[in-house]
Design a protein around this ligand. Structure first.
Ligand code: PLP
Length: 454
């Protein structure tokens, strides 16, 4: 495909660099989701709520590294903590236990209801994988259930339920596992049960049918960070899983520190058995963590004379769950994460962040209404999405009803006006987004909507 040169009229250098990247990196991107047409924009600098591309354009950043940068770009407290940690310790990483691991774990135990103990990983994906392994080990049952359209990282057991054409996806009440990628062995399709989000009756039926083989239900309490579970639904899931001996895993990689300091679980007042964390926890560095009930977490503890080697077994059974990672509990990352949490814990910070998000949502809704667009913002806490439909958005299939074509057109035009969301992506807010940022954002939307009004 030949790209029109400099399609945005202002990102020629980006395009040039993108074409170079494409020669040595498939698609020119290091994660498929970073691609968009006509070409992704190469960034060079960040500061506070802004990103600056290689052509010198400024953007108000609402992608915020997929929600991770809750303090915006280059927050002084994070930088200071990181450099102090490296300077004082004389190294970037120890490769041994160190005190920040305990300090962060104590903090997570203090603020997140479902967490009694913690293990670290290097990404959200590793955290959800570890949580499911723990569940399978603990319950001694082989399968996992996940909800249609919920994202837990791009691995085989989870990449099974987004299929916009719905032709193979089964009925609304009995969704089927459909691989979202090439290269997913059929084994995973057969061992992952798909559930319909926000439909308690249908979910209960499926869970009862598979209860003897299900180790866990994993879910995003707020799907993709913006579609909230109905409170009655999520309460019901907690009750049923408890009754059936199925563990409940909350994937709070996206919602952690974004719905409240205690995650979505605190807002819903539900205590899951295991919680996966990531994103904000690393203060802008790669991170993940699993926390949960002590009894389950202890399955990975190499103590009490248990054989800790991966090959170790007693009476033909492994004694310990294997969990490892060269960079787990990285001190530089944890220093950044602890500084981030410290800032977020300051008086009124979370409330201000959430009310700024609501202010932006309200103003956007008014502007879209003014220009006659069927639009609603859907979200919770400091994340939301713009859905171009008036139909209620309760689950993945509902999102397909929204007008993605116009949304994409709007997003492309917004890029030219310095609003960065990545086409079709959610909006995440940071504590450093200002009233002026909000005003500029609403104004940019108004400019675009005026042009597109039919
Ligand atoms: N779980 C959820 C809910 C996520 O949103 C993501 C990433 O977007 C992940 C897991 C995977 O995290 P990571 O990209 O750090 O592997």
């Amino acid at each position: 495909k030949v790209y029109e040169p400099d399609l945005y009229g202002q990102t020629g250098k980006s395009e040039e660099l993108y074409l170079q990247a494409k020669e040595v990196i498939p698609g020119g991107v290091t994660a498929n989701i970073k691609f968009f047409e006509p070409h992704p924009i190469m960034m060079e600098r960040g500061q506070g709520s802004k990103l600056y591309d290689v052509d010198g354009n400024e953007y108000i950043d609402y992608l915020l590294c997929y929600g991770a940068l809750i303090l915006g770009h280059g927050h002084k407290r994070v930088y200071d903590a990181v450099f102090q940690q490296m300077r004082e310790s004389g190294t970037t990483i120890f490769g041994t236990p160190h005190v920040l691991e305990t300090k962060m774990a104590q903090k997570l135990v203090e603020i997140i209801p479902g967490i009694e103990m913690v293990r670290y990983t290097n990404s959200g994906l590793e955290a959800t994988m570890l949580a499911t392994r723990m569940a399978i080990a603990y319950t001694e049952k082989p399968k996992i259930a996940k909800f249609e359209g919920h994202y837990h990282g791009g691995t085989n057991e989870f990449l099974l339920s987004v299929n916009p054409d719905l032709s193979e996806a089964g009925s609304e009440t009995e969704p089927k596992a459909v691989p979202e990628s090439k290269g997913i062995p059929d084994y995973f399709r057969q061992n992952t049960i798909i559930l319909p989000f926000n439909n308690l009756e249908a979910t209960e039926q499926i869970l009862r049918k598979h209860k003897d083989e299900l180790a866990a239900v994993i879910l995003e309490p707020v799907q993709a960070g913006f579609i909230p579970a109905n409170p009655e639904f999520i309460k019901g899931i907690r009750t049923i899983t408890q009754e059936l001996g199925i563990l409940l895993i909350f994937d709070e990689v996206k919602t952690g520190f974004r719905m409240s300091m205690g995650g979505a679980q605190k807002v819903y007042d539900i205590v899951p058995d295991l919680t996966a964390l990531g994103k904000v926890l690393g203060g802008g560095f790669p991170v993940g963590a699993v926390g949960g009930r002590k009894e389950i977490m202890m399955i990975s503890a190499p103590e009490d004379g248990k054989d800790i080697l991966t090959t170790g077994s007693k009476n033909g059974k492994k004694e310990v769950l294997f969990h490892s990672g060269t960079y787990n509990g990285h001190p530089t990352v944890l220093a950044a994460g602890l500084a981030t949490i410290e800032v977020l814990e300051e008086e009124g910070q979370m409330d201000r962040l959430i009310s700024a998000t609501h202010m932006l949502r309200n103003q956007l809704e008014m502007v879209y209404a003014k220009y006659g667009f069927d639009m609603q913002t859907v979200g919770m806490g400091s994340i939301f999405n713009i859905m171009l439909t008036k139909e209620p958005i309760q689950n993945y299939r509902d999102t397909i009803k929204a007008n993605a074509k116009i949304r994409k057109e709007i997003d492309q035009k917004l890029l030219r006006l310095g609003i960065y969301t990545k086409p079709l992506n959610r909006y995440s807010m940071s504590v450093v987004h200002t009233g002026e940022d909000i005003a500029r954002t609403v104004e940019a939307h108004e400019t675009v909507l005026k042009q597109l009004r039919r």
